[in-house]
Design a protein around this ligand. Structure first.
Ligand code: HEM
Length: 210
């Protein structure tokens, strides 16, 4: 069941970019304080912003311990191929969204066939995976996890990585995990990894939009 539905999503993302937009993980309420001013007419801009930040924090999608444990079990399989997995995420992303390459600083002036192109992608992919690994291993110290992800979000602002790009990475990452886990990809791995990736990107984005 999980296989079938995710396979459909996978196809739509690869072959129809417009449809892909529908399946990309979005947290639109992160983006800005309430635009519906009527609801909040008595609030000052500072109070409105504070309220928005409280909502963002309250809505933080912290994965369940069950999901962390399920992800941890399959992490052993993923980490065996961390070079390939991390590269695949970004190769896929630049194939589906070629415009994003210009936003990825080190690749801006490189072509797919240039020596070093894959090395840059591989290095970044490994960094992405090391963040996932830290989230899994440090999850019992949530303050530290939040601080790592907030710092990472701030850094990505300086790398010109927009919030939408982070959403795209999260979707590509799930597809790469699906193909790496093969028959181990089922409803519970899909749910667990979905929760973890959503959490990582949500918290990164907190410091990119607030
Ligand atoms: C889930 C999403 C992502 C994660 C977890 C992630 C993780 C990381 C990490 C850990 C670093 C190293 C930071 C440091 O130097 O301390 C990094 C660097 C960088 N990231 Fe990301 N990243 C993500 C998405 C993106 C996206 C979407 C872009 C742009 C399209 C991007 C562009 C960069 C650039 C340009 C660097 C610096 C050069 C490099 O390290 O290769 N990242 N990223």
């Amino acid at each position: 069941m999980g296989n079938t539905s995710s396979h459909k999503q996978h196809q739509s993302l690869e072959y129809d970019q417009n449809k892909a937009v529908d399946v990309i993980i979005r947290d639109d309420h992160l983006l800005s304080p309430h635009s519906d001013a009527d609801d909040h007419s008595s609030l000052t801009p500072v109070a409105l912003r504070r309220q928005h930040m409280e909502e963002v924090t309250a809505n933080r999608p912290i994965p369940s311990e069950e999901s962390f444990q399920c992800a941890e079990i399959t992490w052993a399989i993923l980490s065996e191929n961390r070079d390939g997995l991390g590269t695949e995420v970004f190769v896929r992303m630049f194939e589906s969204y070629p415009d994003l390459k210009s936003a990825f600083g080190p690749l801006r002036h490189m072509n797919k066939k240039d020596a070093g192109y894959e090395d840059v992608l591989r290095a970044h992919g490994i960094r992405v995976l090391s963040i996932v690994e830290q989230v899994l291993s440090k999850r019992h110290n949530m303050e530290e996890v939040l601080s790592i992800l907030h710092d990472l979000g701030r850094k990505h602002l300086t790398f010109s990585a927009k919030v939408e790009y982070i959403d795209i990475v999260s979707q590509m990452f799930l597809f790469a995990i699906e193909s790496a886990l093969k028959e181990k990809w089922n409803n519970s791995t899909e749910k667990s990894w979905g929760e973890i990736i959503r959490f990582v990107t949500y918290v990164m984005k907190e410091t990119m939009v607030l």
